[in-house]
Write a protein that binds this ligand. Structure first.
Ligand SMILES: CC(C)(COP(=O)(O)OP(=O)(O)OC[C@H]1O[C@@H](n2cnc3c(N)ncnc32)[C@H](O)[C@@H]1OP(=O)(O)O)[C@@H](O)C(=O)NCCC(=O)NCCS
Length: 163
């Protein structure tokens, strides 16, 4: 890790998390949508709406001046309104993003590892996510112990067991 530190995400971090949600939704530059269009999509908005509600947990990486570098967070969804990476009630689904200028410097992996630790500490036994197979983040998740629980059309639902 270099040039950034990681701290727990608070209710005041909604803007940073929203930025990262847009980055995650727009991971493929060829299919990028305007920020407002992304956030009008209920399938995207549900990952951040009402942050920070009971059960939400997350972390933010920031530079030496306290400026956000990226964030990783996880949220619980009910079975009747599941997220794209839903596997079961009680299994939080995570979202990860790093601002473009900070990418490929270790922040994404460090945030992911921190979130996994936070989830385990909060009592979760598994964490899930949804990732498109074309996104190199897929390989990052595999390298951090995630396995594919379900293959969908172009995306995988992945799960990481916590010890
Ligand atoms: C995915 C993302 C969070 C990774 O963050 P990051 O800070 O760039 O990642 P790291 O620097 O920790 O690198 C993690 C691994 O990915 C690899 N990697 C980084 N950038 C890469 C790139 N452009 N292409 C391929 N691999 C890359 C690194 O080599 C590293 O592997 P290594 O440790 O074996 O060298 C970041 O690229 C991002 O915000 N992307 C857009 C949002 C997104 O797609 N989120 C995930 C949605 S499921």
């Amino acid at each position: 890790m270099s040039g950034f530190r990681i701290r727990p995400a608070t209710g005041a971090d909604a803007r940073v998390l929203t930025d990262m949600l847009v980055e995650a939704a727009n991971w493929d530059a060829a299919r990028s949508r305007a920020r407002l269009t992304v956030l009008e999509d209920p399938a995207v908005l549900r990952y951040i709406a009402g942050w920070r509600r009971p059960g939400d947990l997350g972390c933010v990486a920031e530079d030496a001046n306290g400026v956000a570098v990226g964030a990783c967070w996880a949220r619980l969804f009910p079975a009747n309104a599941p997220g794209a990476g839903f596997v079961a009630v009680g299994v939080p689904e995570l979202t990860l993003g790093v601002y473009p200028v900070w990418r490929a410097r270790g922040a994404g992996r460090a945030l992911l590892q921190e979130l996994l630790g936070m989830a385990a500490e909060a009592g979760a036994t598994r964490v899930s996510l949804s990732v498109e197979r074309g996104n190199f983040a897929h390989r990052l998740y595999v390298s951090e112990g995630f396995t594919t629980a379900r293959q969908r059309e172009t995306a995988d639902t992945m799960v990481r067991t916590l010890r």
